[in-house]
Design a protein around this ligand. Structure first.
Ligand code: PGA
Length: 257
């Protein structure tokens, strides 16, 4: 059975004291109302800004079903790359996951398919699990090109991986028109795309890999729409932006899975 994940992408929000407070609230909530599934079946991932990662890792170190993610990583291990953070640096503080290829990285920071592919390679080489984001913009959906774009993104940065390496990656489908807009994909739209992505994985690799790949939905997911989105057969959890910044909302999304 494939693993379910609920991940909170904080983006560039929360100072150190604010972030510590939010993690404390989330952990308190999980202690009061534990999730019913073991860590092999459901993992909660917190992706705060870099400056909070070490502290976040310390805070969750004894909690088996909570892990920490970076929101980005560099493709090289070290060197003259001012302002960047390497995978070994992340691993050394206990980070387990890295969000790679978020649409904000693609559009504002011009990250290319080949750069993203190199980031994925480096993460996997160091046993950091990539949460690889894909998704079309509004215009592409209107022109009915959303399936082509998603396949192009998979082929451009992920499908060069060996079966073994691919089996370590997590995919997040995030339609760009749904991110931070309050307009979420309908459960049917999410299911349709997730099934398509799984089919692409099946064709490229095999049935077993496809069935074991965790595919998250992201884009204006909130406590109201999460239960229905998560009930879709190919939706294995969520990558949550805005709603992950409020402990109550994030906890209720976690419990809806
Ligand atoms: P949102 O962001 O939930 O605020 O739409 C999701 C994301 O960008 O990962």
């Amino acid at each position: 059975m494939r693993k379910k994940i609920v991940a909170g992408n904080w983006k560039m929000n929360k100072t150190l004291p604010e972030g510590v407070g939010l993690i404390e609230q989330i952990l308190k909530g999980l202690k009061e109302t534990p999730v019913a599934k073991p860590p092999e079946e459901l993992i909660i991932v917190l992706a705060p800004p870099f400056i909070l990662l070490e502290r976040a890792c310390q805070m969750v170190s004894t909690i088996k079903n909570v892990s920490v993610a970076a929101q980005n990583c560099h493709q090289k291990d070290s060197g003259a790359f001012t302002g960047e953070i390497s995978v070994p640096m992340l691993k050394a503080v206990g980070v387990g996951y890295a969000i790679i290829g978020h649409s904000e990285r693609r559009s504002y920071f011009k990250e290319t398919y080949s750069e993203l592919g190199a980031k994925v390679d480096n993460a996997i080489r160091h046993q950091l699990t990539p949460i690889f984001c894909i998704g079309e913009v509004q215009e592409e959906r209107e022109k009915n090109r959303h399936f082509d774009i998603v396949l192009e993104q998979l082929e451009g940065s992920l499908f060069h991986l060996s079966i073994d390496d691919f089996s370590r990656a997590v995919i997040a489908y995030e339609p760009v028109w749904a991110i931070g807009t309050g307009v979420t994909a309908t459960p049917a739209q999410a299911q349709e795309m997730h099934a398509f992505i799984r089919e692409c994985v099946r064709k490229k690799y095999n049935n077993e890999i496809a069935e074991n790949t965790t595919i998250l939905y992201g884009g204006s997911c909130n406590p109201t729409n999460a239960p229905e989105l998560f009930s879709m057969p190919d939706v294995d959890g969520g990558l949550i932006g805005g709603a992950s910044l409020k402990a109550g909302d994030f906890l209720s999304i976690i419990h809806s899975i």
